[in-house]
Design a protein around this ligand. Structure first.
Ligand code: CA
Length: 436
């Protein structure tokens, strides 16, 4: 019955991962977790185990919670329901849970790990499991503000060479601040959503005037997306040392990009319609607490960043990604080579006093390494279309064709040799609307 305690270490969704999503369930959509190929109805489990918001803890207390995360934050999951998010899970969004902050997140994770690890709760757990194959997952939270960064030196260098040949590939500001732009939160969709090919203006080098029509250089960008929980006051920056208290978790993110529209429109104010038509994120949000064994030093920052961007919080993450194009793996980007830390990105985006709030999302920017096979977008991988890639079925591609499917996947090292999985991030391209 307790198969969830006997999972192999290489299972990416074992007890060391425990991500969150929102699923359509009988009684209404609500927050779930995941073990292997099953969802855990957290509301049902909290009720079954006697651990619901506002109620006295039952047997969880007698056994003592494994509160490693909670203890590290100076709290203890035993003997208190303060901050326990049972009620916030019975909601069609993660935002009420995100609002509760890092102590409640740690408390919830410690509780869930303890329940799943104890034979005492086997019947309750078994009753709260639902096969994922029978569920539909929603966008896990209403995306508040969305910022996309540009934190890979290899990506920025390659794009600079392609878009601005003859100039320095990195702009003079690039190594002094994490460059980003505010994107369109309302067009962020959950994995599995079809993407309609966008229309717009483009003007190739040989075109005397711009033309209008479906994009003919539709691309992807393999990124991580960081999910913000808790708010800050307008006018008060979030210091670097406090950033991780606001970074709840991580998703895979595909920043669909129409390179022809982008190339014509982006000077001087940056990305606009070439990016805003759709961005896909995983249905599963993996809490940062699952990635503690994946912390790595940044590859090295020279020149040293200004003091507000410097400190111990500025670390990277050891996450291996892969890009599948119609089922063929065409690239394996490595997140650990990113130049700027997620903590530096969040400190920078609020340093002018811009407030943050639960549901904010910031993307890392395309993850690219120095080798061709680690480039995280097709603009780089095919060098602007000059070097087509060959898929497993023998067909070749430069940019996306109608009907193509992209899936991003990723794993990270977990504790004691376990593997931590991130949620898949997939989407299929549909033809442009006829009006194009
Ligand atoms: Ca991007």
């Amino acid at each position: 019955m307790s198969w969830w305690r006997d999972l192999p270490a290489h299972e990416p969704f074992g007890l060391a991962t425990l991500p969150y999503a929102v699923a359509d369930l009988p009684g209404g959509p609500r927050v779930v977790s995941r073990i292997a190929d099953h969802a855990v109805d957290l509301t049902a489990l909290a009720r079954e185990s006697g651990r619901v918001s506002g109620a006295k803890p039952a047997d969880t207390n007698a056994e003592g919670a494994n509160a490693e995360g909670a203890n590290a934050r100076g709290t203890n999951a035993r003997g208190t329901n303060a901050g326990f998010p049972g009620a916030s899970w019975d909601h069609p969004s993660l935002v009420p849970f995100l609002d509760q902050g890092p102590t409640a997140w740690a408390d919830a994770r410690a509780w869930l790990q303890q329940i799943l690890s104890s034979a005492h709760h086997d019947e309750s757990v078994a009753r709260s499991l639902i096969p994922l194959s029978s569920l539909s997952l929603r966008l896990p939270f209403e995306v508040a503000d969305y910022v996309d960064f540009y934190a890979s030196e290899h990506h920025a260098t390659n794009v600079g060479r392609i878009f601005r040949p003859g100039s320095d590939p990195l702009t003079p500001n690039w190594k002094h601040l994490p460059i980003g732009y505010h994107g369109r939160s309302g067009t962020i969709v959950v994995s599995g959503t079809d993407i309609v090919r966008p229309c717009g203006q483009r003007k190739g080098p040989a075109d005397p005037t711009p033309v209008f029509g479906p994009s003919i250089r539709l691309d992807i960008e393999c990124e991580l997306g960081f999910v913000v929980g808790g708010g800050s006051r307008l006018g008060e920056p979030v210091p670097l040392g406090a950033t991780w208290d606001h970074i709840f978790g991580v998703v895979l993110l595909n920043d669909w990009s129409a390179r022809d529209i982008q190339a014509w429109e982006y000077v001087p104010l940056g990305p606009f319609l070439g990016k805003s038509f759709a961005t896909t994120i995983s249905a599963w949000v993996v809490p940062m607490a699952a990635l503690e064994a994946a912390h790595v030093a940044l590859p090295g920052q020279d020149p040293a960043p200004l003091p507000y961007l410097a400190g111990d919080a500025a670390y990277g993450l050891d996450i291996d990604c892969q890009v599948e194009w119609n089922g063929s793996v065409v690239s394996r980007p490595r997140y650990r080579e990113m130049y700027w830390s997620p903590a530096q990105m969040l400190a920078h985006l609020s340093v002018n006093g811009a407030s943050i709030r639960s549901g904010d999302l910031f993307g890392s920017g395309t993850i690219s390494g120095p080798e061709k096979e680690t480039r995280g977008c097709f603009l780089e991988l095919t060098w602007s279309g000059a070097e087509p890639v060959t898929l497993d079925d023998g067909s070749t591609r430069t940019f996306l064709e109608d009907g193509d499917t992209i899936v991003l996947r990723a794993t990270a090292p977990g504790p004691d040799g376990h593997v931590i999985g991130l949620g898949d991030c997939g989407g299929r391209i549909l033809p442009a609307v006829p009006a194009c």
